[in-house]
Design a protein around this ligand. Structure first.
Ligand code: ACO
Length: 319
């Protein structure tokens, strides 16, 4: 019998503190108008001084467990996508495991920047399909605000903090239809945080992005991943009920929606309210659209993301 993984529940969490474009006008040489027109962002949430990435992840995970009607002890795999772990080690997944009082199951982080959640879902899906796991907690959580040079208007206006989670369970029906992952490290210099452990922590600890070049590669690459995903599933554009894109820039999202011939009311958009929350953006958007009743059981969803690395990928699923 073929095993599939199905979404049993979704959850999310946003820090209380909100930073509007107006607030940023007072911090850096920018305007609300420029940010709205070039990105679609109106505001973003920012973690408080004592709030960590695992705090956000825990809240989203508990939310998803409640939605699925499950207890932490039902989980037998934790995969956490983050670029902003609380510590170098233990992994954020292990820290989350401890918070949830789960013992013994595999727990690890996946680092693919903004594509992190797509990577994490793809990995968890493979654990479930092979019969290794029956119930996986997959989290995308970020405190990207801590990687920002607030004086760099090219990055500081774009990002926000948050967390989203899904519970995937084994099922004899899909579920996840397919996942597609890619990376090309040749683009490492276009989007990076140069500092690291291996180089004795030399280099800037803040994000550096050649935004315009990233934009151009993102639009063409996301167009290709849409084609690849539909072709692999033998589907066409009309089979997709909802696009849940990574939320980097409304113009990138609109370009992908055009490629799919989808009206914008079939696209889940949160970039206006959340900014770019990196690995958290897709599960945050997913949870929002499930909770407000837009996304219903049986509908076909396409998730796609592009981020530092470069990394890119997609998840096609029946909810
Ligand atoms: N406020 C006002 N002006 C600004 C700002 C700002 N915040 N930022 C840049 N500008 C100026 C620039 O200096 C430039 O001025 P100039 O013409 O005098 O030189 C002008 O605006 C245009 O700059 P561009 O960089 O060409 O603007 P663009 O339209 O490309 O928008 C943006 C910039 C929003 C960053 C866009 O390129 C983008 O969204 N890029 C992709 C981001 C992305 O998808 N990243 C991947 C995921 S993130 C991750 O993985 C961590």
């Amino acid at each position: 019998m073929t095993i599939f993984s199905r979404v049993l529940g979704t959850g999310s969490y946003l820090p209380e503190k909100v930073l509007t474009n107006g607030d940023l006008e007072g911090m850096v040489d920018t305007t609300d108008q420029w940010i709205r027109e070039r990105t679609g962002i109106l505001k973003r949430h920012v973690a408080g001084p004592d709030e960590t990435c695992v705090d956000l992840a825990e809240a989203a995970a508990r939310n998803a467990l409640d939605a699925a009607g499950l207890k932490p002890t039902d989980i037998d795999l934790i995969v956490m996508a983050t670029t902003t772990p609380d510590q170098v080690f233990p992994s954020s997944a292990c820290l989350l495991q401890q918070r949830l009082d789960i013992h013994g199951c595999a727990a690890f982080d996946v680092q693919a920047v903004c594509t992190g959640f797509v990577y994490a879902v793809a990995v968890a899906d493979k654990f479930i399909r092979t019969g290794t796991s029956k119930c996986a907690l997959v989290v995308g959580a970020e405190t990207l605000s801590r990687l920002l040079n607030w004086e760099d208007r090219g990055t500081s206006v774009l990002f926000g903090d948050g967390a989203g989670a899904v519970i995937l369970g084994a099922s004899d029906e899909p579920g996840i239809i397919s996942t597609h992952l890619h990376a090309d490290g040749a683009y490492k210099d276009l989007l990076q945080v140069p500092a690291g452990i291996g180089n004795g922590q030399r280099g800037s600890p803040f994000m550096e992005m050649r935004g315009n070049e990233v934009f151009r590669v993102a639009v063409t690459t996301l167009g290709r991943i849409v084609d690849e995903t539909l072709e692999a599933a033998g589907m066409d554009q009309a089979d997709i009920d909802w696009l849940i894109p990574h939320q980097a820039n409304i113009r990138i999202i609109q370009a992908t929606a055009r490629k799919l011939n989808l009206p914008m009311d079939r696209v889940v958009v949160t970039v206006d309210e959340h900014g770019n929350t990196s690995a958290a953006s897709i599960p945050l958007a997913f949870d929002q659209a499930v909770r407000d009743g837009r996304i219903r059981r049986g509908e076909t969803l396409l998730m796609e993301a592009f981020g530092g690395g470069f990394t890119w990928g997609s998840v096609l699923l029946t909810y």
